[in-house]
Ligand binder design. Structure first.
Ligand code: NDP
Ligand code: MG
Length: 390
């Protein structure tokens, strides 16, 4: 590693991944320096992060909050900007070595694409980028010096298990899933699950959107899609395995029958630091596993009857084109409606499937097609939310 600190643009600084990234940067000023920070609407949190780390630029997604950001940061000599375009532009400057994408949802796509075009390395938490447009992102990466390192714990585990292995020796990826809060619930119980029930994740403290995705298990479908794009493995060789303890972060089965797994306490700082260090280990970043924690590790097959969202991985990877982009857009609208307590838990899956049926299929989408599919799928899903509202 070079002696100069790596210069970081952190998108989504105020969120769950963003705050844990900042924790690592705070403890390792000799390794990392923040030059750009951004958030969606938590302007005071963003201002206090910027006041502490003195980046060159702070960007807020919600443009109405720009005056408030400016009044806090301009006296400190920190430039301020607002809106999606400013966010997308903020990642290309020469003084950035790596972009950490910790925004949630579709909003991560354009900045990530710009960062790749500008040759920046990416530590990717925003899995929706690969779900929506994995083929496009891979095509851009092939023409760019950028390297992309996954932060998602399962994909970090796979990357760690791949070290020193030959790709042709990989038989199967086993992506572990906690099973979420409804792992042991019946179909009937799940049908009447409340928002508070769905937000009660057993092992991880994450943003609200991914917490709901974990409860429906669409998060695991997204991770299968993400794994396909990251590691070039077809979906029939990627399986989800329910592992309620979230100690084994994922596994690879090799052609000789060996299985390699990565274990650790459920602490996202480990995969964040591994990605930010270009797949290097940072001493002391998380607590070691105790023998007690490893004494009971259990594994179950996932139940697609109770968690039909899991089947959407295969749907997306078989149909390809703009399919996963539509699934993601419909899910974002449906999850927002569920978080607003406007629809029921199982309506999320129904709205995704109905939106998928209502949308035109595009086999080889260009960037503009993703933008259009995302916008149209959101409109259609919002109409379905209106019809479904309790
Ligand atoms: P949070 O909701 O906690 O944080 C999201 C961040 O993105 C916040 O800083 C938020 O700003 C910002 N943001 C939201 N919308 C916009 C927008 N339109 N424009 C600009 N910024 C925006 O999410 P998480 O940290 O939990 O998740 C982030 C990503 O990481 C997701 O893609 C998720 O799937 C992935 N991930 C998360 C894990 C976790 O443990 N949390 C684990 C694995 C993956 P504000 O605070 O102002 O709203
Ligand atoms: Mg994950």
């Amino acid at each position: 590693m070079s002696s100069e600190p790596k210069r970081i643009a952190l998108l989504g600084a105020t969120g769950s991944i963003g705050r844990q990234t900042i924790d690592i940067i705070r403890r390792h000023p000799e390794l990392y320096r923040l030059v750009v920070v951004s958030a969606g609407s938590r302007v005071d949190d963003l201002a206090s992060i910027a006041a502490e780390f003195r980046p060159r630029l702070a960007v807020i997604g919600n443009a109405e909050l720009l005056p408030r950001l400016k009044s806090a940061l301009e006296p400190l000599g920190i430039a301020c900007a607002a809106g999606a375009e400013a966010l997308a532009d903020s990642v290309v400057a020469d003084d950035i070595d790596m972009v950490v994408t910790a925004t949630v949802g579709y909003s991560g796509l354009e900045p990530t694409i710009n960062a790749i075009r500008a040759g920046k390395d990416i530590a990717l938490a925003n899995k929706e980028t690969l779900v929506v447009a994995g083929d496009l992102v891979n095509a851009l990466l092939a023409d760019s010096p950028s390297r992309l390192y996954p932060i998602d714990s399962e994909h970090s585990a796979i990357a760690q298990c791949l070290e020193g292995e030959k790709p042709e020796h990989v038989r199967r990826l086993l992506i572990t899933a906690s099973g979420g809060p409804f792992r042991t619930w019946t179909r009937e119980q799940i049908a009447s699950a409340t928002l508070a029930d769905a937000l009660r994740h057993p092992n991880w403290n994450m943003g609200r959107k991914i917490t709901i995705d974990s409860a429906t298990m669409l998060n695991k479908a997204f991770e299968i899609i993400e794994a396909h794009h990251l590691f070039g493995i077809e979906s029939d060789r990627i399986d989800a395995v329910v592992h309620p303890q979230s100690i084994v972060h994922s596994m690879i089965e090799f052609t000789d029958g060996a299985i390699k797994a990565q274990l650790g306490v459920p602490d996202m700082r480990l995969p964040i630091a591994y990605a930010m260090g270009y797949n290097n280990r940072l001493a002391g970043v998380s607590e070691p596993l105790t023998l007690e924690a490893m004494s009971t590790l259990t594994f179950e097959r996932p139940d697609t009857e109770r968690f039909p969202c899991l089947t959407l991985a295969r749907t997306a990877l078989e149909r390809r084109g703009n399919t996963a982009c539509i699934i993601n857009a419909a899910n974002e609208i449906a999850v927002a409606a569920f978080l607003a307590e406007e629809i029921g838990f199982n309506d999320i899956y129904d709205i995704i499937v109905d939106t998928l049926e209502a949308m035109p299929y595009i086999a080889n989408p260009a960037y503009a097609d993703y933008v259009a599919s995302n916008a149209e799928a959101r409109t259609r899903a919002a109409e379905m939310v209106d019809k479904t509202k309790k």
